[in-house]
Design a protein around this ligand. Structure first.
Ligand SMILES: [Zn+2]
Length: 398
Protein backbone atom coordinates (compact mmCIF):
# COMPACT_ATOMS: atom_id res chain seq x y z
CA UNK A 1 0.00 0.00 0.00
CA UNK A 2 1.18 3.48 -0.94
CA UNK A 3 -0.19 6.68 0.59
CA UNK A 4 0.42 10.33 -0.26
CA UNK A 5 -0.51 12.26 2.90
CA UNK A 6 0.83 15.80 2.90
CA UNK A 7 2.61 18.32 0.65
CA UNK A 8 4.66 21.28 1.88
CA UNK A 9 7.47 23.70 0.99
CA UNK A 10 10.89 23.78 2.63
CA UNK A 11 13.61 26.32 1.87
CA UNK A 12 17.36 25.88 2.13
CA UNK A 13 19.68 28.75 1.12
CA UNK A 14 19.03 29.40 -2.55
CA UNK A 15 16.97 26.25 -3.12
CA UNK A 16 13.33 25.47 -2.57
CA UNK A 17 12.07 21.93 -1.89
CA UNK A 18 8.54 20.82 -2.73
CA UNK A 19 8.09 17.93 -0.31
CA UNK A 20 5.57 15.20 0.37
CA UNK A 21 5.05 12.87 3.27
CA UNK A 22 4.36 9.43 1.85
CA UNK A 23 3.96 5.93 3.23
CA UNK A 24 5.07 2.80 1.41
CA UNK A 25 3.91 -0.35 3.19
CA UNK A 26 3.32 1.81 6.33
CA UNK A 27 6.90 3.16 6.36
CA UNK A 28 6.86 6.97 6.40
CA UNK A 29 9.23 8.65 3.94
CA UNK A 30 9.76 12.08 2.44
CA UNK A 31 9.73 12.56 -1.31
CA UNK A 32 10.93 15.90 -2.70
CA UNK A 33 11.57 17.88 -5.84
CA UNK A 34 13.89 20.90 -5.57
CA UNK A 35 14.80 23.85 -7.75
CA UNK A 36 16.33 27.30 -7.63
CA UNK A 37 14.35 29.57 -5.28
CA UNK A 38 13.68 32.05 -8.11
CA UNK A 39 11.24 29.47 -9.52
CA UNK A 40 9.31 28.99 -6.25
CA UNK A 41 6.56 31.35 -7.41
CA UNK A 42 5.76 28.95 -10.26
CA UNK A 43 5.16 25.89 -8.08
CA UNK A 44 1.48 24.91 -8.08
CA UNK A 45 0.70 24.35 -4.40
CA UNK A 46 -2.99 23.58 -4.93
CA UNK A 47 -2.20 20.04 -6.02
CA UNK A 48 0.35 17.27 -5.55
CA UNK A 49 0.36 16.18 -9.21
CA UNK A 50 4.13 15.65 -9.45
CA UNK A 51 4.06 13.25 -6.50
CA UNK A 52 0.79 11.66 -7.59
CA UNK A 53 2.16 10.76 -11.03
CA UNK A 54 5.42 9.31 -9.67
CA UNK A 55 3.55 7.26 -7.07
CA UNK A 56 0.86 6.19 -9.55
CA UNK A 57 3.44 4.64 -11.88
CA UNK A 58 5.27 3.09 -8.92
CA UNK A 59 1.94 1.57 -7.82
CA UNK A 60 1.31 0.16 -11.31
CA UNK A 61 4.71 -1.49 -11.70
CA UNK A 62 4.84 -2.84 -8.13
CA UNK A 63 1.14 -3.77 -8.14
CA UNK A 64 0.53 -1.93 -4.87
CA UNK A 65 -2.66 0.02 -4.16
CA UNK A 66 -2.34 3.82 -3.96
CA UNK A 67 -4.41 6.19 -1.82
CA UNK A 68 -3.84 9.85 -2.57
CA UNK A 69 -4.93 12.10 0.30
CA UNK A 70 -3.87 15.39 -1.33
CA UNK A 71 -5.68 17.07 -4.23
CA UNK A 72 -4.82 16.09 -7.80
CA UNK A 73 -5.71 18.12 -10.92
CA UNK A 74 -9.08 17.09 -12.30
CA UNK A 75 -7.54 16.64 -15.77
CA UNK A 76 -4.66 14.49 -14.51
CA UNK A 77 -7.00 12.32 -12.46
CA UNK A 78 -9.11 11.67 -15.55
CA UNK A 79 -6.11 10.75 -17.71
CA UNK A 80 -4.50 8.49 -15.13
CA UNK A 81 -7.66 6.60 -14.22
CA UNK A 82 -9.58 6.47 -17.49
CA UNK A 83 -6.72 6.25 -19.96
CA UNK A 84 -3.58 4.80 -18.39
CA UNK A 85 -4.93 2.63 -15.56
CA UNK A 86 -7.43 0.99 -17.91
CA UNK A 87 -4.67 0.36 -20.46
CA UNK A 88 -2.33 -1.12 -17.86
CA UNK A 89 -5.04 -3.39 -16.45
CA UNK A 90 -6.25 -4.53 -19.88
CA UNK A 91 -2.72 -5.50 -20.83
CA UNK A 92 -1.96 -7.35 -17.61
CA UNK A 93 0.65 -4.89 -16.30
CA UNK A 94 -1.16 -4.72 -12.97
CA UNK A 95 -4.06 -6.50 -11.31
CA UNK A 96 -7.61 -5.33 -11.98
CA UNK A 97 -8.13 -5.52 -8.20
CA UNK A 98 -5.59 -2.71 -7.72
CA UNK A 99 -7.07 0.29 -5.87
CA UNK A 100 -6.03 3.72 -7.12
CA UNK A 101 -7.93 6.32 -5.12
CA UNK A 102 -7.48 10.03 -5.81
CA UNK A 103 -9.65 11.37 -2.99
CA UNK A 104 -9.59 15.10 -3.81
CA UNK A 105 -9.77 17.01 -7.09
CA UNK A 106 -8.11 20.35 -7.82
CA UNK A 107 -9.97 22.44 -10.39
CA UNK A 108 -7.55 25.39 -10.37
CA UNK A 109 -6.44 26.65 -13.76
CA UNK A 110 -3.38 28.80 -14.40
CA UNK A 111 -4.16 31.28 -17.20
CA UNK A 112 -0.92 33.21 -16.53
CA UNK A 113 1.24 30.19 -17.32
CA UNK A 114 2.83 30.94 -20.68
CA UNK A 115 6.06 28.94 -20.59
CA UNK A 116 6.91 26.52 -23.37
CA UNK A 117 9.59 24.11 -22.28
CA UNK A 118 11.66 21.22 -23.45
CA UNK A 119 14.43 19.11 -21.95
CA UNK A 120 18.02 19.79 -22.88
CA UNK A 121 20.11 16.72 -22.17
CA UNK A 122 22.62 17.72 -24.90
CA UNK A 123 21.70 14.59 -26.88
CA UNK A 124 20.52 14.26 -30.49
CA UNK A 125 16.80 14.18 -29.57
CA UNK A 126 17.04 17.28 -27.34
CA UNK A 127 18.90 19.37 -29.90
CA UNK A 128 16.52 18.22 -32.64
CA UNK A 129 13.42 19.08 -30.56
CA UNK A 130 14.86 22.48 -29.77
CA UNK A 131 15.85 23.25 -33.35
CA UNK A 132 12.43 22.20 -34.58
CA UNK A 133 10.46 24.15 -32.00
CA UNK A 134 12.54 27.26 -31.34
CA UNK A 135 11.11 29.01 -34.38
CA UNK A 136 7.62 27.46 -34.46
CA UNK A 137 4.40 29.30 -33.58
CA UNK A 138 4.65 27.54 -30.21
CA UNK A 139 8.30 28.53 -29.70
CA UNK A 140 10.30 27.04 -26.82
CA UNK A 141 11.34 29.68 -24.28
CA UNK A 142 12.59 27.52 -21.38
CA UNK A 143 15.18 24.74 -21.38
CA UNK A 144 14.99 22.22 -18.55
CA UNK A 145 17.27 19.66 -16.97
CA UNK A 146 16.01 17.08 -14.50
CA UNK A 147 17.91 14.72 -12.21
CA UNK A 148 15.08 12.24 -12.70
CA UNK A 149 17.16 9.11 -13.27
CA UNK A 150 19.04 9.86 -16.49
CA UNK A 151 22.29 10.22 -14.55
CA UNK A 152 21.75 7.09 -12.46
CA UNK A 153 18.40 5.39 -12.07
CA UNK A 154 18.86 4.92 -8.32
CA UNK A 155 20.31 8.40 -7.79
CA UNK A 156 23.17 8.82 -5.32
CA UNK A 157 26.30 10.98 -5.30
CA UNK A 158 27.72 9.98 -8.70
CA UNK A 159 24.39 10.78 -10.39
CA UNK A 160 24.11 14.11 -8.56
CA UNK A 161 27.71 14.98 -9.40
CA UNK A 162 27.07 14.38 -13.11
CA UNK A 163 23.81 16.32 -12.89
CA UNK A 164 25.57 19.32 -11.28
CA UNK A 165 28.13 19.32 -14.07
CA UNK A 166 25.40 19.11 -16.72
CA UNK A 167 23.52 21.93 -14.98
CA UNK A 168 26.40 24.33 -15.46
CA UNK A 169 26.77 23.27 -19.06
CA UNK A 170 23.07 23.59 -19.95
CA UNK A 171 22.81 26.89 -18.10
CA UNK A 172 25.60 28.33 -20.31
CA UNK A 173 24.02 26.87 -23.42
CA UNK A 174 20.61 28.39 -22.51
CA UNK A 175 22.30 31.79 -22.36
CA UNK A 176 23.79 31.20 -25.80
CA UNK A 177 20.28 30.45 -27.10
CA UNK A 178 18.78 33.39 -25.18
CA UNK A 179 16.40 31.06 -23.29
CA UNK A 180 15.54 30.62 -19.61
CA UNK A 181 16.89 27.60 -17.78
CA UNK A 182 15.05 25.58 -15.12
CA UNK A 183 16.58 22.65 -13.27
CA UNK A 184 14.89 20.12 -10.98
CA UNK A 185 16.57 17.73 -8.59
CA UNK A 186 14.59 15.00 -6.82
CA UNK A 187 15.08 12.09 -4.46
CA UNK A 188 12.49 9.93 -6.26
CA UNK A 189 15.36 7.86 -7.71
CA UNK A 190 16.59 6.95 -4.23
CA UNK A 191 13.15 6.49 -2.62
CA UNK A 192 11.27 4.60 -5.34
CA UNK A 193 14.23 2.77 -6.96
CA UNK A 194 12.39 2.20 -10.24
CA UNK A 195 14.20 1.05 -13.40
CA UNK A 196 14.80 4.16 -15.50
CA UNK A 197 14.14 2.85 -19.01
CA UNK A 198 10.74 1.53 -17.99
CA UNK A 199 9.68 4.80 -16.34
CA UNK A 200 11.61 7.72 -17.92
CA UNK A 201 8.61 9.58 -19.36
CA UNK A 202 6.68 9.51 -16.09
CA UNK A 203 9.68 10.71 -14.03
CA UNK A 204 10.30 13.62 -16.41
CA UNK A 205 6.62 14.56 -16.71
CA UNK A 206 6.40 14.56 -12.89
CA UNK A 207 9.16 17.21 -12.75
CA UNK A 208 7.21 19.37 -15.23
CA UNK A 209 3.89 18.98 -13.36
CA UNK A 210 5.45 20.74 -10.38
CA UNK A 211 5.44 24.00 -12.39
CA UNK A 212 1.86 24.40 -13.58
CA UNK A 213 2.05 28.14 -12.87
CA UNK A 214 4.88 28.37 -15.41
CA UNK A 215 4.30 25.91 -18.27
CA UNK A 216 1.38 25.74 -20.65
CA UNK A 217 3.20 23.45 -23.10
CA UNK A 218 6.03 20.99 -22.74
CA UNK A 219 7.72 19.17 -25.62
CA UNK A 220 9.11 15.73 -24.88
CA UNK A 221 11.46 14.25 -27.45
CA UNK A 222 10.24 11.05 -29.06
CA UNK A 223 12.64 8.15 -28.65
CA UNK A 224 11.29 6.34 -31.71
CA UNK A 225 9.07 6.92 -34.73
CA UNK A 226 5.31 6.64 -34.82
CA UNK A 227 5.37 3.50 -36.98
CA UNK A 228 6.95 1.75 -33.97
CA UNK A 229 4.02 2.63 -31.67
CA UNK A 230 3.20 -0.34 -29.47
CA UNK A 231 2.17 -1.07 -25.92
CA UNK A 232 5.65 -2.22 -24.94
CA UNK A 233 5.63 -1.56 -21.19
CA UNK A 234 9.40 -2.07 -20.91
CA UNK A 235 9.94 1.37 -22.45
CA UNK A 236 7.34 4.18 -22.58
CA UNK A 237 8.96 5.65 -25.71
CA UNK A 238 6.84 3.13 -27.66
CA UNK A 239 3.57 4.45 -26.22
CA UNK A 240 4.46 8.07 -25.41
CA UNK A 241 1.73 9.35 -27.69
CA UNK A 242 -0.77 7.75 -25.30
CA UNK A 243 1.11 9.07 -22.24
CA UNK A 244 1.07 12.59 -23.62
CA UNK A 245 -2.69 12.32 -24.10
CA UNK A 246 -3.31 10.92 -20.62
CA UNK A 247 -0.95 13.10 -18.59
CA UNK A 248 -1.80 16.80 -18.37
CA UNK A 249 -2.54 19.53 -15.85
CA UNK A 250 -5.69 21.67 -15.91
CA UNK A 251 -3.75 24.23 -17.99
CA UNK A 252 -0.70 22.25 -19.11
CA UNK A 253 -0.27 19.87 -21.99
CA UNK A 254 2.55 17.66 -23.21
CA UNK A 255 3.52 17.09 -26.84
CA UNK A 256 5.77 14.37 -28.18
CA UNK A 257 8.18 15.92 -30.62
CA UNK A 258 9.90 14.32 -33.62
CA UNK A 259 7.46 11.42 -34.00
CA UNK A 260 8.07 10.96 -37.70
CA UNK A 261 11.80 11.53 -38.02
CA UNK A 262 14.45 8.85 -37.63
CA UNK A 263 17.69 9.31 -35.71
CA UNK A 264 19.82 9.68 -38.82
CA UNK A 265 17.67 12.56 -40.08
CA UNK A 266 17.73 14.17 -36.62
CA UNK A 267 21.53 13.86 -36.51
CA UNK A 268 21.74 15.43 -39.96
CA UNK A 269 19.56 18.38 -38.88
CA UNK A 270 21.47 19.10 -35.67
CA UNK A 271 24.82 18.85 -37.46
CA UNK A 272 23.81 22.02 -39.33
CA UNK A 273 23.86 23.92 -36.02
CA UNK A 274 27.35 24.99 -34.88
CA UNK A 275 26.22 25.20 -31.23
CA UNK A 276 26.05 21.39 -31.22
CA UNK A 277 29.72 20.99 -32.24
CA UNK A 278 31.09 21.61 -28.74
CA UNK A 279 28.01 20.58 -26.79
CA UNK A 280 26.70 17.27 -28.13
CA UNK A 281 26.71 14.67 -25.37
CA UNK A 282 25.19 11.27 -26.11
CA UNK A 283 27.24 9.12 -23.78
CA UNK A 284 25.89 6.47 -21.47
CA UNK A 285 26.85 6.47 -17.81
CA UNK A 286 29.95 4.29 -18.01
CA UNK A 287 32.97 3.70 -15.80
CA UNK A 288 34.87 5.93 -18.24
CA UNK A 289 32.76 8.99 -17.69
CA UNK A 290 32.48 8.31 -13.96
CA UNK A 291 36.19 9.09 -13.94
CA UNK A 292 35.55 12.12 -16.09
CA UNK A 293 32.94 13.39 -13.68
CA UNK A 294 35.50 13.42 -10.87
CA UNK A 295 38.59 14.63 -12.66
CA UNK A 296 37.47 16.66 -15.59
CA UNK A 297 35.35 19.76 -15.82
CA UNK A 298 34.48 19.25 -19.47
CA UNK A 299 31.69 17.00 -20.69
CA UNK A 300 33.26 14.58 -23.13
CA UNK A 301 31.72 11.48 -24.65
CA UNK A 302 33.58 8.24 -23.87
CA UNK A 303 33.71 7.37 -27.61
CA UNK A 304 33.36 3.69 -26.66
CA UNK A 305 29.78 2.97 -25.51
CA UNK A 306 27.10 1.94 -28.00
CA UNK A 307 25.46 5.39 -28.03
CA UNK A 308 28.81 7.00 -28.83
CA UNK A 309 29.54 4.37 -31.50
CA UNK A 310 26.13 4.85 -33.13
CA UNK A 311 26.45 8.64 -33.18
CA UNK A 312 30.08 8.73 -34.35
CA UNK A 313 29.41 6.29 -37.20
CA UNK A 314 26.34 8.32 -38.23
CA UNK A 315 28.32 11.57 -38.23
CA UNK A 316 31.17 9.92 -40.15
CA UNK A 317 28.76 8.60 -42.81
CA UNK A 318 27.24 12.10 -43.04
CA UNK A 319 30.76 13.55 -43.45
CA UNK A 320 30.39 15.61 -40.24
CA UNK A 321 32.41 13.75 -37.58
CA UNK A 322 35.42 16.10 -37.83
CA UNK A 323 33.20 18.98 -36.63
CA UNK A 324 32.74 17.17 -33.30
CA UNK A 325 36.46 16.75 -32.52
CA UNK A 326 36.10 18.55 -29.18
CA UNK A 327 33.39 16.23 -27.82
CA UNK A 328 34.48 12.85 -29.24
CA UNK A 329 37.95 11.32 -29.10
CA UNK A 330 38.64 10.99 -32.81
CA UNK A 331 41.82 8.99 -32.14
CA UNK A 332 39.75 6.32 -30.39
CA UNK A 333 37.39 6.38 -33.38
CA UNK A 334 40.25 6.07 -35.88
CA UNK A 335 41.72 3.08 -34.03
CA UNK A 336 38.35 1.32 -33.80
CA UNK A 337 36.51 2.52 -36.90
CA UNK A 338 36.27 -0.91 -38.55
CA UNK A 339 35.14 -2.56 -35.31
CA UNK A 340 32.47 0.13 -34.83
CA UNK A 341 31.13 -0.32 -38.35
CA UNK A 342 31.13 -4.08 -37.82
CA UNK A 343 29.06 -3.52 -34.65
CA UNK A 344 26.49 -1.51 -36.65
CA UNK A 345 26.32 -4.27 -39.29
CA UNK A 346 26.03 -6.92 -36.58
CA UNK A 347 23.09 -5.13 -34.93
CA UNK A 348 21.34 -5.01 -38.29
CA UNK A 349 21.87 -8.73 -38.94
CA UNK A 350 21.20 -9.90 -35.38
CA UNK A 351 18.28 -7.69 -34.34
CA UNK A 352 17.34 -5.72 -37.45
CA UNK A 353 18.10 -2.68 -35.30
CA UNK A 354 16.28 0.39 -36.61
CA UNK A 355 19.24 2.75 -36.11
CA UNK A 356 21.60 0.35 -37.89
CA UNK A 357 19.10 0.10 -40.73
CA UNK A 358 19.11 3.87 -41.16
CA UNK A 359 22.91 4.11 -41.04
CA UNK A 360 23.33 1.31 -43.59
CA UNK A 361 20.73 2.97 -45.85
CA UNK A 362 22.81 6.16 -45.79
CA UNK A 363 26.02 4.18 -46.40
CA UNK A 364 24.44 2.78 -49.58
CA UNK A 365 23.14 6.18 -50.61
CA UNK A 366 26.52 7.87 -50.16
CA UNK A 367 28.35 4.89 -51.70
CA UNK A 368 30.46 4.90 -48.53
CA UNK A 369 33.25 2.34 -48.80
CA UNK A 370 33.22 -0.56 -46.33
CA UNK A 371 36.64 -2.21 -46.13
CA UNK A 372 37.33 -5.95 -45.91
CA UNK A 373 38.56 -5.38 -42.34
CA UNK A 374 34.99 -4.47 -41.34
CA UNK A 375 33.71 -7.84 -42.63
CA UNK A 376 36.55 -9.59 -40.80
CA UNK A 377 35.49 -7.96 -37.51
CA UNK A 378 31.85 -8.72 -38.31
CA UNK A 379 32.80 -12.39 -38.76
CA UNK A 380 34.53 -12.37 -35.34
CA UNK A 381 31.52 -10.59 -33.80
CA UNK A 382 29.11 -13.20 -35.18
CA UNK A 383 31.28 -15.94 -33.68
CA UNK A 384 31.41 -14.23 -30.28
CA UNK A 385 28.07 -15.50 -28.87
CA UNK A 386 28.83 -18.95 -30.30
CA UNK A 387 32.20 -18.96 -28.50
CA UNK A 388 30.46 -17.94 -25.28
CA UNK A 389 27.91 -20.74 -25.69
CA UNK A 390 30.67 -23.34 -26.25
CA UNK A 391 32.55 -22.07 -23.18
CA UNK A 392 29.39 -22.16 -21.09
CA UNK A 393 28.58 -25.73 -22.14
CA UNK A 394 32.18 -26.77 -21.28
CA UNK A 395 31.66 -25.33 -17.82
CA UNK A 396 28.47 -27.29 -17.27
CA UNK A 397 28.78 -30.07 -14.75
CA UNK A 398 26.82 -33.23 -15.50
ZN1 LIG B 1 29.95 6.91 -24.59
Amino acid sequence: MIELDKIFIRRDNNKVFFCATIKIDHIVQELWFSTDKKFEKYIALTNGDCFALALFIYAIFTNKSFICNVPVSKRLKYGLIHVLLNTFIKNGVCSKELTIDFKFEDETTFPDATGIGTAMSLGVDSFYTLSKNIESSHAVNILTLFNGGAYGEYGGDVARDLFEKMKQHVSNLSEDFGLDFLWVDTNLNEVLKMPFVKTHTFRNFACVLMFQKLFKTYYYASGTTLDNFKLNFNDPMYYDLLNSKAIAGNSLEFHISGLNEGRLFKTQVISEHPLTFNNLNVCLITSDNEKLSKNNKKLINCSKCFKCIRTMVTLEVLGKLHLYKNVFDLNVYKENKEKYLAEILYNKIRANNIFSQEILGQIKLNKYHISYKVYYYLFLRVLQPLGKRINNSKNLKY
